[in-house]
Design a protein around this ligand. Sequence first.
Ligand code: NAI
Ligand code: MG
Length: 367
Amino acid sequence: ASYNLLLLPGDGIGPEVMAEVERVIRWLDANSGVHFETETDLVGGSAYDVHGVAITDETMKTAMAADAVIFGAVGGPKWDAVPYEVRPEAGLLRLRKDLELFANLRPAICYPALADASSLKREVVEGLDILILRELTGGVYFGEPKEIVTLENGEKRAVDTQVYTTHEIERIARVAFELARARRNKVTSMEKRNVMRSGVLWNQVVTAVHKAEYPDVQLEHMLADAGGMQLVRWPKQFDVIVTDNLFGDMLSDVAAMLTGSLGMLPSASLGAPDPATGKRKALYEPVHGSAPDIAGKGIANPIAMIASLGMALRYSFDMGEAADLVDGAIADVLASGTRTADLAAKGQNSVSTREMGEAIVKAMAKR
Ligand code: NAI
Ligand code: MG
């Protein structure tokens, strides 16, 4: 097999952590029997500096044709004053919109070696491996009307509208059940059907998709506020959590704090399967940003970025074993005590971005 990857390192630490992903890709290319063709292009502030836009039409064309887009991070103080339409973030937003990436996957994995870095007790998080699936293109962030109007009495009234259609709920539910089948076979759907009509429909549609297409998967419904509580009380009860755009935004940030550093968290954003080929458009990126405070120092943690490539292997290329190899190598390296500065305890030695990347590739070769 052969796959085309579009690498968009972006700004700040983006290029530094992407260099370590390229190291992993080169190793896989040489050792996995699968060939990776990569193309690297500009996005964000670095694209603005050259082209005056955060992503060019030509780059968009390449992204549309690629088997997956691997994205670093964009933004930084250098571009704080550029016009809104061409600000660095516009590059990422255009990719999400034009590739119709409606399913956002955020795993929360707690490596045993880092369990003490969590906000919660070791026994609550040690070995945690859950996946939050957030609907990314609908709901209250996009629903119309969306406005602030001035009333006759001079008071102002702000309106955001939560909207979901059957189609939007069905397609995210299907992704949830598919993901669960490849994991521990359990889906927890979260909404607020007690106070929101969209919650009622969400609950009904998820239930119907389950009954018709995925009766083998265990399905549980939870009110989203109770779900937030359970997420910090006993997160290991979950496997896949599926929820809307707003609740997913909040719950995935809560889950992030269960696992330690921002430098550890990968994500995937998937589109609908192509009716002809079954392939999904997909973008993989770390949860963190461009970290201007440490950019250029060579000390950024590349694990979130490398784990994002691991997700691409799993979800875009059907290379589950290679994905397990990457995840296992990360666990091995952490277990051996190797730490970048963000993970190191006070007074503990830390390694550079490059040394961490090299250690992970070495651990892959050893497995
Ligand atoms: P940030 O995630 O860039 O940094 C927050 C803190 O975490 C910083 O202290 C940083 O040094 C640390 N950090 C982040 N990633 C790290 C890594 N891999 N290794 C070690 N330490 C790491 O968020 P912040 O500071 O709010 O935003 C900085 C810039 O990034 C802004 O311009 C923001 O708009 C942009 N941003 C871009 C995102 C994207 O491209 N998807 C997402 C979030 C922010
Ligand atoms: Mg958020």
